[in-house]
Design a protein around this ligand. Structure first.
Ligand SMILES: Nc1ncnc2c1ncn2[C@@H]1O[C@H](COP(=O)(O)OP(=O)(O)OP(=O)(O)O)[C@@H](O)[C@H]1O
Ligand SMILES: O=C(O)c1ccc[n+]([C@@H]2O[C@H](COP(=O)([O-])O)[C@@H](O)[C@H]2O)c1
Length: 204
């Protein structure tokens, strides 16, 4: 295994939080800490995306986003990575296929905020994602209803693990997903960008 890919021991359960992180903020850090606890994860890897395939405008340079993400998320069980740039993937289904092949004895759980569950049916090969890994969804302000009524939530309703049993997700067989009603932090990258603070930020 190449040294620039993070280490994971056989049998470990790794949560993957993909995002633009343009910029990373307290909401990302909060759901990551909650995910570690609520889904019984050993570790979380942040996948700082080369660029969301559904977003028209490109994000800030990857190295700037990585530096800032590392400053925001300092936790012994969290690693900030640019794995997708290294793998040459942008679509989550492709990323997961490559990670599963590269780490055959590791269990991956895809993590996302409720807004992403509401949109999941627009992602490339989204059903393949649901069939490949377990999915942990964390509440986000204003998104509870759209997430619960989403196409993904409806179609995969029989495979939902109730939030009170969310720790079972780590050992479940895909398809399986769980929505947890964690306390919410009302922060977004959009709002930070709109404030101008990120454009002028010199991180690192
Ligand atoms: N405050 C939050 N509460 C819950 N989930 C969040 C929050 N902020 C981000 N997330 C989740 O983190 C992941 C990465 O988010 P992303 O980097 O797009 O941040 P964002 O604040 O949603 O950005 P933008 O405003 O540019 O869309 C997504 O799954 C998103 O749902
Ligand atoms: O695979 C797709 O079609 C796809 C479409 C939209 C978003 N994603 C992924 O979803 C994650 C969150 O994206 P974002 O930009 O909302 O932070 C990030 O890992 C993206 O690569 C993936």
């Amino acid at each position: 295994m190449r040294a620039d890919f993070p280490f994971a021991a056989p049998g470990q359960v790794i949560g993957l939080l993909g995002g633009s992180f343009d910029p990373a903020h307290a909401g990302h850090a909060h759901i990551t800490r909650e995910a570690l606890k609520r889904f019984g994860l050993d570790h979380v890897w942040w996948l700082v995306s080369p660029g969301n395939p559904l977003k028209a405008s490109g994000p800030a340079p990857l190295d700037k986003r990585m530096r800032h993400a590392r400053a925001v998320m300092q936790h012994p069980h969290v690693t900030v990575t640019d794995i997708e740039a290294k793998l040459g993937t942008r679509y989550t289904a492709q990323t997961l296929a490559k990670l599963v092949a590269r780490y055959p004895r590791v269990r991956f759980v895809w993590l996302m905020g409720a807004d992403n569950l509401a949109q999941l049916h627009l992602w490339q090969d989204w059903r393949q994602i649901m069939e490949t890994v377990c999915v942990g969804v964390l509440a986000r302000p204003g998104q509870r209803i759209s997430a619960r009524m989403s196409r993904a939530a409806m179609l995969y309703a029989p495979y939902r693990i109730p939030g009170r049993y969310s720790r079972l997700l780590a050992r479940a067989q895909a398809p399986a997903w769980s929505f947890v009603n964690v306390p919410m932090v009302d922060v977004s990258s959009t709002a930070i960008r709109a404030s101008g603070a990120w454009t002028s930020a010199q991180t690192g």
